[in-house]
Design a binder for this molecule. Structure first.
Ligand code: A2P
Length: 285
């Protein structure tokens, strides 16, 4: 062995071994407000999912006071990244006394989280019949599955128009969504696959309820009064042309379901029976 070989044969750094079951490594963390953060992690090599689905993620819980045993603490999280992305992204609320998010909000790059690679969910294109226009209705962290679907080429291949409404308490809670939508203009893959300027198909309608912003009010009230349709310059939802996905808090989901079925005449779909709209709860800690 000559001198040169010795230099190039520096001792290999031992790869960090996963210590958790289904461990993935955190690659990015962004805090948006004192109530919201997003993070990215590595993607399990074998994981295939459809944009809009969710998986169970979490951390190891505290040791049992008597046995000292630790059990995984898992919650359902919508995947916010699209199906083609190399990494996984999640968008989460921080609940100070929440069993999982009180801990999860402190993760850093390089930490490990548990990610069970079994994606499921109803907010998928397969659960809708073809249409002209697709509506995404979100409150709070319910934006997450739409962050995935807005980056999914199929959304633009299947629909001429994409309308995303996002209702939050405060203006700062809209920033994650607003930045994501802005980033689409520079998304190389989508501009190449769908065509330059594909993002002009998107109409974005953010509203706040507890802090002053350009558009105030719950989306449900703005639809009932007709103001939302006037602002957007579109006709109210119609089963011949419109398809919709809902993801928000329980009261919001129920109110929109009632509006869809009893005012606009839309029918709820499922993976096994595609129809006009689908709904999923934004999961809280
Ligand atoms: P509001 O401030 O009037 O309750 P949360 O953070 O509690 O999950 O709420 C997120 C957003 O969803 C808030 O702007 C909230 O408005 C709104 N919201 C709550 N319930 C409904 C509902 N039934 N219909 C429409 N928007 C709702």
């Amino acid at each position: 062995m000559n001198e040169l070989t010795k230099v190039t044969e520096a001792p290999a750094v031992e790869a960090k071994k996963p210590v958790l079951p289904d461990a993935q490594t955190v690659t990015e963390v962004k805090h948006w407000t004192d109530r919201l953060f997003s993070f990215k992690c590595t993607r399990p090599a074998s994981l295939r999912f459809r944009s809009g689905e969710f998986v169970m993620i979490g951390l190891m819980g505290d040791p049992h006071p008597e046995t000292g045993k630790q059990k995984p603490l898992l919650r359902a999280y919508s995947i916010a990244s699209p199906s083609w992305d190399e990494e996984m992204e999640f968008y989460s609320i921080k609940v100070q006394d929440g069993p999982l998010t009180s801990k999860l909000q402190h993760i850093n790059v390089g930490d490990e989280i548990i990610l069970r690679p079994k994606p499921v969910g109803t907010l998928v294109h397969d659960a809708l019949i073809p249409g002209k226009r697709i509506w995404f209705f979100a409150t709070g962290t319910g934006f997450a599955p739409f962050a995935s679907l807005l980056r999914e080429p199929e959304t633009y291949e299947k629909f001429d128009e994409v309308i995303i409404t996002h209702t939050c308490r405060e203006a700062g809670e809209l920033v994650y969504g607003a930045e994501l939508i802005e980033s689409l203009k520079h998304d190389e893959l989508l501009n190449e696959v769908i065509g330059e300027g594909f993002w002009k198909k998107i109409k974005y309608y953010p509203t706040t309820t507890r802090e002053e912003s350009p558009k105030m009010g719950r989306i449900t009230d703005l639809m009932r009064s007709g103001e939302a349709f006037e602002d957007l310059g579109v006709e109210p939802l119609n089963p011949d042309t419109d398809r919709a996905m809902i993801c928000g808090n329980l009261a919001f989901n129920l109110e929109l379901k009632d509006l869809f079925e009893n005012t606009y005449g839309l029918e709820e779909g499922a993976n096994s029976k595609p129809a006009h709209y689908v709904v999923e709860k934004a999961f809280l800690d």
